[in-house]
Design a protein around this ligand. Structure first.
Ligand code: SF4
Length: 399
């Protein structure tokens, strides 16, 4: 069974309490209303993501819902390629997503119900809340929500992910009349950084979570509750001028107890944690102040100036011709540089790349760098372990 075969490619819309912004409004409920006064501008990265989603949707529809000949499919792809943000690698990465969905569908005992880019209404839990689920599979008492993410910044985990849980609640509200759903599977496919994150929960657990967030969602809808700053501020349109964030980043009272002349390692940890937020906030403020100055507003003590620039040839070909005529050898004018491994990777399909070059690739250990405890990488140390000391034939570990 499949959804409506003639459904058009979806035009994205946004809800005040959207699934994609849930981690923010759940942590800081009044942010939903506060950010309403700021324009919702779409970055080039977001536009690129939208384009990749449209290609992913087309492929999913072609395979599961709306069989189409190569001519029609290629014409649609050709249209996408006219977009200035088009990159051929979109085809490769959307293939990874399609392959994942195909394999997931094959794991069902009988063909599952499939829906692509489905608008999911979870307003029973969050007022006027809705979002768009990239792919839904239903069968064998299991509802599987699959989300395609084109970003390559931070790997996104499906585990207890509020966006995925809200999609699942919306899908459950829509389909529980037709299907006996007992298990919820959630997957995030983020092919540009090889991240496929899967998570599973019972329907009871999901529904309990939905009940628990209802009062928070009500507060968010009403613009009530406590402003709470954190990592989620990164995605808030009010982040530059938000007073709660400013006060958090400028308050130093908690360090009043630092009576001894030297601060402890514990205090170093606390200050660095604070500095992490502070650095991001200062960058946001600088961007805001520059925009304000360019708009003719006054930010006392600051002004917009021309930044440093480097000289360039107005016509490099003609300039080089003049140099050659004046005795400079052409070989002196160009550098021959190998392209990077990442650029080579884009030239070939992933499997071919691995087949040809796997013996020529190494990943040396990176230079030690400081990271917060939340970082997934294991901690490293120069301190010799008991096991290493034993291996090296020594019994004493130097402190
Ligand atoms: S910037 Fe942070 S603290 Fe301020 S409203 Fe937005 S999410 Fe809340």
């Amino acid at each position: 069974m499949t959804e409506n075969m003639t459904a058009p490619i979806t035009i994205p819309e946004h809800a005040l309490l959207s699934a994609s912004s849930a981690s923010r409004w759940l942590a800081c409920p009044p942010s939903a209303r506060l950010e309403e006064q700021f324009p919702d501008t779409e970055s080039d990265y977001a536009k690129e993501g939208t384009l990749a989603h449209q290609v992913a949707e087309l492929k999913l529809r072609k395979y599961f819902l709306e069989p189409m000949g190569p001519r029609k499919f290629n014409n649609r792809i050709k249209k996408f390629k006219e977009d200035p943000l088009w990159q051929d690698e979109i085809l490769k990465y959307t293939d990874v997503y399609l392959e994942y969905v195909q394999k997931a569908a094959l794991r069902y005992k009988t063909s599952p119900y499939v829906a692509a880019e489905k608008r999911l209404n979870f307003s029973n839990y969050a007022p006027e809340g809705f979002g768009t689920g990239d792919c839904i599979l239903i069968g064998d008492n299991t509802l599987h929500i699959i989300d395609f993410k084109y970003g390559k910044g931070v790997p996104v985990s499906a585990e207890e992910n509020p966006q995925m849980k809200l999609y699942a609640l919306g899908a459950y509200s829509e389909y529980s009349f037709l299907y006996n759903i007992k298990t919820i599977k959630m997957t995030i496919v983020q092919p540009r950084i090889d991240n496929i994150s899967e998570y599973e929960m019972t329907i009871e657990k999901l529904l309990n979570w939905g009940e628990a967030i209802k009062p928070i969602a009500q507060k968010a809808y009403g613009g009530e509750g406590k402003y709470v700053q954190g990592e989620h501020c990164r995605f808030c349109r009010a982040k530059r001028l938000c007073r709660a964030r400013a006060e958090f980043n400028t308050s130093l009272e908690e360090y009043n107890y630092m009576k001894p002349p030297l601060i402890s390692n514990e205090e170093v940890g606390q200050i660095l944690e604070k500095a992490r937020h502070l650095a991001k906030w200062v960058k946001d403020l600088e961007e805001y102040a520059l925009g304000a100055c360019l708009n003719g507003e006054e930010i006392p003590g600051w002004k917009a100036v021309e930044g440093r620039s480097t000289r360039t040839f107005t016509n490099m070909d003609e300039a080089f011709e003049i140099l050659k005529k004046n005795g400079i050898d052409e070989a002196m004018l160009y550098e021959r540089k190998p392209i990077t491994l990442t650029m080579v990777e884009k030239l070939l399909p992933k499997k071919k790349f691995e087949e040809l070059l796997k013996n020529y690739i190494e990943k040396p250990p990176g230079k030690p760098t400081l990271a917060s405890q939340e970082d997934k990488r294991p901690a490293i140390t120069n301190k010799i372990t008991a096991e290493e000391a034993f291996k090296n034939g020594g019994g004493i570990i130097n402190e």
